[in-house]
Design a protein around this ligand. Structure first.
Ligand SMILES: [Zn+2]
Length: 369
């Protein structure tokens, strides 16, 4: 198991480029919009028909977990929410906490080892921009989507001390501050309860799981989705926290080069993550083919839940967001396929006979050939 828990190799240059692009790309201009709406608590709809124990000989549904890091872009929520509705998908947004901290309150946040009011990404902007974001999160949550954490300051390699160097105490401080921001946002109308934040993804996938998982487990959170696996593998429980692996797979269009299946990593492997909007159609097509191949590999073999990790970005002409949206549009309506949130998959796993699930868990990880 240890081979899968090693540090994630990420070049400093890659992380720096990423940070710059993240700041430029993720927080587009948000339009202040409707505020003051009274949010309705998440409805208790009847459970979906797949939320049950498998019948004798029945295969697990192919779960696809769409997740969006940052979760602060109004424009992207406006695209994803109707699409998810149309194809009956539930998705997960990993919120960067400081997106809910207006600029004038930035001094309330101090990242571990960093000064007050400092971060590698923008703070929340104006009160109106924060209100818009709260509105989006409330709407997403009411529609059955899940909100988790992408922590706060987004300190990656090169902006030291970065998450890769943080101790459990540092991660605990980061989470304490995240929840303190969430409580502050509740006073501004955020209707996602504190105990609904059940898991997260660490920025740039940087962080030692031996350090951050205890901080996650300590808070009775139930999952993490920051650690890579070779191929597509079933989640594993460690110290009370389910790890939903981010798969490393072969990319067919890149002569089988192995890439972490996240939008940024795909972009980096395509052209070093340079803005080339003129190649957007090509990048969309390569990314879409990669997602399709990964899905098919899991579907045909171990049926391990497939994590599709994304940012709300417009990199290279929006090539990667478009690929994800197209994939969601086609895959979530396939037979024996369910686009669900992390907590939904955990609830489903709990309903299963462990021995039946083990027959799938112990199969070799699904690989794209
Ligand atoms: Zn991120």
């Amino acid at each position: 198991m240890s081979r899968r828990w090693g540090p994630i190799v990420t070049g400093v240059a890659l992380a720096l480029t990423f940070l710059i692009l993240l700041v430029l790309g993720t927080l587009g201009p948000d339009r202040p919009s409707r505020t003051g709406e009274v949010p309705v608590a998440q409805g208790k709809a009847a459970p979906p028909d797949w939320m049950r124990k498998l019948r004798d000989g029945e295969k697990p549904p192919q779960f696809v977990l769409f997740s969006f890091d940052g979760a602060g872009s109004h424009a992207h929520w406006q695209r994803v929410l109707p699409l998810a509705e149309k194809v009956n998908a539930h998705v997960t947004g990993f919120l960067s906490g400081i997106y809910l901290l207006p600029d004038h309150l930035r001094g309330e946040y101090a990242g571990p080892g960093h000064g007050r009011g400092r971060a590698s990404i923008s703070f929340g902007g104006t009160d109106a921009e924060v209100a818009t974001r709260i509105d989006d999160l409330n709407t997403a949550y009411q529609r059955g989507h899940e909100i988790g954490t992408h922590y706060n300051g987004h300190f990656c390699a090169g902006n030291e001390p970065s998450g890769g160097r943080w101790t459990t105490a540092d991660w605990t401080s980061e989470l304490d501050q995240f929840f303190s921001i969430v409580r502050g946002a509740a006073a501004r109308g955020l209707a996602v309860p504190e105990n609904a934040f059940k898991g997260g993804r660490v920025p740039c996938l940087e962080g030692d799981p031996d350090e951050f998982l205890p901080a996650v487990g300590e808070r009775a959170m139930t999952y993490d989705t920051s650690v890579t696996s070779e191929g597509i593998a079933w989640p594993e429980l460690r110290d009370g926290v389910w790890e939903f692996w981010v798969p490393v797979i072969r990319v067919p269009a890149l002569s089988g080069k192995r890439v972490i299946m996240m939008d940024y990593n795909l972009w980096y492997s395509l052209n070093g993550a340079k803005e080339e909007p003129g190649r957007d159609a090509e990048f969309t097509s390569v990314t879409l083919d990669t997602y399709r191949a990964a899905y098919q590999a899991a579907y045909n073999t171990n049926r391990a839940p497939l994590t599709v990790g994304n940012h709300f970005n417009d990199w290279s002409g929006g090539a990667f967001s478009r690929a994800t949206e197209q994939f969601m549009n086609e895959v979530c309506v396939r037979p024996q396929t369910v686009c669900a949130t992390y907590s939904e998959v955990i609830a489903w796993m709990k309903l299963q006979d462990p021995e039946v699930l083990d027959t799938y868990r112990t199969k070799p990880h699904a690989q794209v050939s």
